[in-house]
Each structure stands twice: as C-alpha cells, then as structure tokens.
Design a protein around this ligand. Sequence first.
Ligand SMILES: C[S@@+](CC[C@H](N)C(=O)[O-])C[C@H]1O[C@@H](n2cnc3c(N)ncnc32)[C@H](O)[C@@H]1O
Length: 276
Amino acid sequence: METFFSFFKSHLKSLCSSLELHDFIFLVGQKLTGLSKVALMTKECVLNESQKLLFSRYCKELSENRPIQYVLGETDFCELKIKVDERALIPRVETSELVDFVLDSAVKGAKILDIGTGSGCIAIALAKKILNSSVTAYDISEEALLLAAENAHLNNVEVFFRQVDILNGADSNEDFDVIVSNPPYIKLSEREEMCSNVLDYEPHLALFVPNNDPLIFYRAIIDFAKKHLLPTGSLFFEINRAFSQEIKEMLNEKGFSKVEIRKDMFGNDRMIRACF
Ligand SMILES: C[S@@+](CC[C@H](N)C(=O)[O-])C[C@H]1O[C@@H](n2cnc3c(N)ncnc32)[C@H](O)[C@@H]1O
C-alpha cells in the first residue's frame, strides 16, 4: 500500500531541498486533502481527479522555483492563516517574534499603527490578540493593501488600511500607543547572497533599500513617531542585524532614551523597542 506520505515524498523530493522535504510533504498534503499528519502517514493515497490536477499544478510551480507559500496561496503566522501571493512579502518567522515582542508590553485597548503592512500579518495578529485594540496599517502599495484587507476579513478583525508613502511627508491626525514596522531593510548590494526564489517572486519594493542610505525607512519612521507616538508609547522595529547599533544611536539622537535590542531565534539582533 502506498501512503499519502510516500506518494508526496516520491513526487516532491526532486522539487525541494532535503531539509525542506518533510515540511513540503505535510504542507502540500494537508492543503490538498485536509487530512491530519497522522492520517497522511498511515492512510492509503487516493486522490480524486481535481486533487490530481491541483497537485500537478503545485509540482509545476515548485519546479519553476515559486515559493511554496505562494504556490499554496497561504502561510501560517502567529497561529493565523494568512493569504499570500506576489502582491506582498511572505511573512517570516522572525516577524512573528516581533509580534510577540509587542505583545509582551501592549495593553488592552491600545491604539496601534503598523507601517509597511504588506500582507497585513503584523496588524492582523495584533488586532486579533490585543483585546479592544484599534489598529491602523499603512503601505505604499495599493495591491498589498488589497491583499491585507482580504486577510483582515478572512481572520475576522477590523484594521483601518491607508495608502501612505512614509518617505514623503506622511502625517496623521491620530496618535498611537504602539507604532510597529518591519520596513524594507536589505541593501541592494546584498542581492547576490539571496535565494533566487525570493528575488524572482517577492516584491522588491518590500525588500530593498539603497546602498548609500540603508536606514532611510528607520529615519522617516522615527521622525513620524516623534510626532505621533504618545508619551508613554513604544516604537517597535524589525531590523537588519548589521545595523542594530546605528539604529539605536539614531533613536537616542532623536530623543528616544530607552532602547532595547532583542535577538531572533537564530541569535541575530533583529528587533528594537524604543520609548521616550
Ligand atoms: C519588509 S515588507 C513588510 C511586510 C509585512 N509587514 C511583513 O512583516 O511581512 C515592507 C513593506 O513596506 C512597504 N513599503 C515600501 N516602501 C514604502 C513606503 N515608502 N511607504 C510605505 N510603505 C512602504 C512595502 O510595500 C512592503 O509591504
């Protein structure tokens, strides 16, 4: 008897690395059949015609190096399902750690702003987890905002989405308890070290900053926060591990006296919390 597990393994092993194979089998298997991991490992593989068709589409797209999250159209983030496609960055596990960092101190009823919301993952997770919070989210990309709005709807939360260019004199008539951002922070010169499936499929608008001004978003967001963060509020950033000290200095120079850097699960400086 051929189990679902062995069927998916034999077809997927040439389409991903050996490190990814286990995850791919269960991600594809669960999406396609709705079965539990145990059932995939023990039940005989029987696929109907539409499942076979879908599976051959998945295999074709994986062979073209399309990220599995885009192929399946969704990813898990902070225990939520987030719809993903080429309109926005795939949420990363480090970013779920940023959400946890915010949750460590955020209080009931907080007014929250997420800058550069992409798929909406941070804003939606915070809206879901902080009771009575009011969450606003900015992005420059209209298509990312449409995806984010779909995700808010799918996850049954209210988020106020606004198309805002944070680099061009963004202003607000509101003040916030929490301003959080995972802005673009990869220098163009780092492209060579990146995987082709990221470069070929994920929006470059979400990834890159100029080599000669890699902190451009941090400067703009800190200036915005100086005007729109409440005196007892906190500013949270995800950061490029190479720039933790520079961003800390920039925050200190711009009047944030308490700055805490936190490492991600891989041991890299990845998050900052700053207060006045
Ligand atoms: C690194 S992605 C983060 C997406 C999402 N928050 C996440 O953590 O997965 C950065 C986001 O900033 C947005 N962005 C780029 N330039 C911007 C600008 N000038 N103003 C506002 N948002 C911008 C991009 O469209 C992208 O969605």
